[in-house]
Design a protein around this ligand. Structure first.
Ligand code: ZN
Length: 382
């Protein structure tokens, strides 16, 4: 009985052997076809026929480990060359393969999100990155995603998201920009007249980075707006202590505070000492303007005259000439001197971007706290 059974099984064994062989052959054929397509597309690429190269890459009939990596690398190459539509096409096509391993799928999604980020499609990139954070990733990929998300949150002004991400990954991300995020929040609260929330955000900013003058600047302005003049003065003084280069920007509102509490002389004593200590031409010129505006022209002239003893800056000389207007024989010189004015510009130390007003986040290179004031000579033609 058992022999008969074995004989009966023989055709089944023969068929299964044939089937396995056919399947292997078919798989081998697919891989061969895939590799041929790969070399075909590589040839197109080398001949700079990128359209044909993309078509050939996208027509792969099968994906093995090698061709997957090559296609992935090709997509990344396109992104680095700025050919974002092609990078997106390749990475989207790879994402459609249904039998990718988890690690491969995460890598494809990561590259796709990088493409969206490079194309400025922040919300699409954000959605993918935020989903990827919860998957099984290698430590360096997780770090890259955190950095990418920070960039997205900054560029789309999602400050609370940026703060939350920093607080979850404080060891990895450090506290480099955290204070600025709190300042951004404080500015928003201030615009919405939510002063308590603005002050709370500022206190977090000071904890994050107590050396950032922006904290004290916002606090000083809020205090001034609300009639808290002593508090405003203290905050302005905190700016002066941390970065005296910005004294010319704050002396007008500081004087206003001192005038409100009728301690104007105290302010002038203090600012003369600052001017003497820092010998900053912008500050000297700004102080001379303030003295003039407050009917103290003689002190302004003496200040400029004294500073000219130690500096030959043409703007100081020009200012000095303007104070000689009571000498009629100098009319031509006075007329010329009046055409020359100091002008402050703000320049990013990272990329050189130039602006006429102070900002904290460079729109060109996205650096924080990178702008410094620079003194320019402006010639009026009329
Ligand atoms: Zn810049």
């Amino acid at each position: 009985m058992s022999e008969w059974f074995l004989i009966l099984l023989l055709p089944v064994a023969a068929w299964s052997g044939w089937y396995v062989a056919i399947r292997r052959e078919s798989k081998d054929a697919r891989l061969l076809q895939s590799r041929n397509a790969y070399f075909e597309s590589l040839t197109y690429l080398l001949n700079d026929q990128t359209d044909q190269a993309v078509d050939a890459f996208l027509n792969f009939s099968a994906i093995d480990k090698q061709t997957f990596s090559n296609q992935l690398a090709l997509g990344t190459l396109f992104r680095k060359r700025g050919e974002l539509d092609r990078a997106l096409l390749i990475h989207k096509q790879l994402g459609k393969i249904f039998d990718l391993e988890e690690k491969q799928r995460n890598t494809v999604n990561f590259e796709l999100a990088e493409d969206f980020l490079a194309a400025g499609m922040y919300l699409q990139a954000q959605e993918i990155f935020e989903n990827l954070i919860f998957t099984n990733l290698e430590a360096n990929q997780k770090s890259q995603i955190n950095q990418a998300l920070i960039r997205i949150y900054e560029r789309t002004a999602q400050w609370q998201n940026a703060i939350d991400l920093f607080n979850k990954n404080s060891q990895e991300l450090g506290k480099l920009n955290l204070a600025h995020y709190y300042c951004e929040m404080a500015e928003i609260f201030r615009k919405n007249n939510e002063l308590t929330a603005a002050k709370t955000a500022l206190s977090h900013a000071i904890v994050a980075d107590g050396s950032l003058i922006r904290n004290y600047w916002i606090a000083a302005e809020i205090a001034l707006e609300n009639g808290e003049f002593i508090s405003s003065i203290h905050n302005y003084q905190s700016i002066a202590e941390r970065n005296a280069a910005f004294l010319p920007e704050i002396i007008q509102p500081m004087l206003a505070c001192y005038q409100k509490i009728e301690r104007e002389e105290e302010f002038f004593d203090w600012i003369f000492r600052q001017e003497e200590q820092h010998k900053n031409i912008r500050l000297t010129l700004a102080l001379s303007d303030i003295l003039e505006q407050n009917s103290r022209k003689n002190e302004a002239r003496d200040l400029i005259h004294n500073r000219l003893q130690t500096s030959n800056n043409p703007l100081l000389l020009n200012k000095f000439l303007q104070y000689q207007s009571d000498l009629p024989q100098n009319a031509l010189i006075i007329s010329l001197a009046n055409k020359i004015r100091p002008r402050t510009s703000y320049q990013c130390l990272e990329c050189g971007f130039l602006l006429q007003k102070m900002i904290w986040h460079c729109p060109a290179c996205y650096a924080w706290s990178s702008f410094i004031p620079t003194l320019e000579i402006k010639i009026q033609h009329r």
